[in-house]
Ligand binder design. Structure first.
Ligand code: AMP
Ligand code: ZN
Length: 284
């Protein structure tokens, strides 16, 4: 791993969505691992940010407020990370709360499909597993593990929950351009997450850059050095800020996904911050 002046992780999840550490535990784990800049990017919610920021203040860790929004693109997924989100922005909070309701309805339909397949997963148990966080397929996967139908979250996605599998239900379609605009309009910096998941990076960028996309996740936990080089070249040619992060959900979740395993060069964090400050100045 390259040595940088400080270690960062700009893509992490807590119990406020499908991660296993609370926001405060996540920040304290970052401190233990020597990660000094962390972005909390939970799926469709800003609810963990105050706790993470306050833990960061106590422990001397910089916490960048973030979020991870999802759109579907045929068989592929487009995730848009937002950095420096304003968690007091009422419109953003209300829109995310609507996404949360849509998530809930989708998971109910997935549970019904599983029941029809003869797997008696109970929605009440999935809700319990999700706790207070935004509900998602990984919570259904954990319920399937408990019942002994699958060995791991990956196994649950491969057999039942992944796109095109027996219990798959597509999400409510929100065009990715709308997510980019939502973030820009609220003053946040939108970044295309794990770009390989889009299926077609060029087409995705051609659509999202005019909508206001400002960054490309380049130093992603699971990506090889070659892939990172290619993405860095794309980011440079498109004048996008290269970002990165582990996409941490919990210890031992997947190879390459440990907290702090995908730091970015400090100048990328600086470019993100500058870009946010420039936006702030323009809108004031
Ligand atoms: P949802 O947000 O309900 O659509 O679930 C998608 C989330 O599930 C992703 O953001 C990942 O965190 C997780 N996920 C997707 N595919 C897999 C997989 N094959 N193994 C483990 N987790 C996965
Ligand atoms: Zn993520």
């Amino acid at each position: 791993m390259p040595e940088f002046a400080f270690k960062s992780d700009l893509h992490t999840h807590s119990t406020e969505s499908d991660g296993v550490l609370t926001p405060a535990e996540l920040v304290s784990e970052a401190a233990r691992l020597g990660v000094s800049v962390i972005a909390l990017t939970d799926h469709d919610t800003l609810s963990g940010l105050p706790e993470a920021i306050s833990a960061g203040e106590s422990l001397g860790i910089t916490v960048i407020p973030g979020v991870d929004l999802s759109a579907e693109a045929g068989p592929n997924e487009i995730h848009i990370l937002g950095y420096f989100v304003n968690y007091a922005n009422q419109f953003l909070v209300e829109t995310l709360s609507r996404f949360g309701c849509e998530r809930f309805a989708r998971i109910e339909r997935i549970v019904i499909r599983l029941q029809k397949l003869g797997l008696p997963v109970q929605m009440e148990r999935v809700i319990e597993i999700a706790g207070q966080g935004t509900i998602g397929r990984p919570h259904v996967a954990r319920a399937l593990i408990e019942l002994g139908y699958v060995d791991s979250i990956g196994d649950a996605f491969d057999r039942f929950l992944g796109n095109g599998r027996a219990a798959f239900v597509p999400r409510q379609q929100v065009p990715a351009v709308q997510l980019v605009r939502l973030l820009r309009d609220s003053g946040a910096i939108p970044v295309l997450a794990h770009p390989l998941s889009t299926g077609d990076i060029t087409a995705t960028l051609l659509e999202l850059i005019p909508a206001g996309l400002l960054g490309l996740e380049t130093y992603y936990g699971e990506y090889s050095p070659d892939t990172r080089d290619q993405l860095r070249a794309i980011a440079e040619s498109a004048n996008l800020i290269p970002t990165g992060g582990s996409d941490f959900h919990g210890v031992g979740f997947k190879e390459g996904r440990d907290l702090g395993s995908a730091p970015v060069p400090p100048e990328c964090v600086e470019r993100l911050r500058k870009s946010w400050e420039t936006q702030q100045e323009r809108s004031s």
